[in-house]
Design a protein around this ligand. Sequence first.
Ligand SMILES: O=P(O)(O)OC[C@H]1O[C@H](OP(=O)(O)OP(=O)(O)O)[C@H](O)[C@@H]1O
Ligand SMILES: [Mg+2]
Length: 179
Amino acid sequence: MLNDIQEILITREQIQEKVVELGKQLSAEYEGRNPLVICILKGAFIFMADLVKEITVPIELDFMAVSSYGAGTRSSGEVKIIKDLDTSVEGRDILIVEDIIDSGLTLSYLIDVLERRKVKSVKVVTLFDKPARRTVKLEADLSGFVLPDEFVVGYGLDYAEKYRNLPFIGVLKPEIYTS
Ligand SMILES: O=P(O)(O)OC[C@H]1O[C@H](OP(=O)(O)OP(=O)(O)O)[C@H](O)[C@@H]1O
Ligand SMILES: [Mg+2]
């Protein structure tokens, strides 16, 4: 698996440090409130697990699984809800936890779905952001690292379901996509 990586962009230590910082900011932001924290599966599962340990206010958790990339490196443009929430979101403060915002299509679709369900507020925290690739206007309320316009893997992010378990963010060798 490590042989398939061309370059490490963000190390495990850099990620750990950033997650602690984001947790502190969110704890201050939600002081005195009880947000529902929604993990967008599958990609955000590691970030979610690490982030919630750094949040000091009482929270509730839920999970939503969506997919639009399949086995490719470009969004299909169609966001599919594979698993919906178990919790009612009406009147709740919602914090969406994403691993990456790329085209922005996944989040703009999800925010629309949540707003139609009459949430009180919705904010987004993403660990990685690729602003150069946006096809819709969308910004996270809180974001960890800005990435270059390259397809990355690791720390939850996959290529064709592989490499999610790498503890860092890396770029794959081009022959992996083309072989
Ligand atoms: O801004 P966008 O272009 O929409 O890309 C971001 C989304 O794409 C990835 O999910 P994917 O569809 O690959 O599902 P996965 O999390 O199960 O890998 C990623 O985890 C984000 O949810
Ligand atoms: Mg994916």
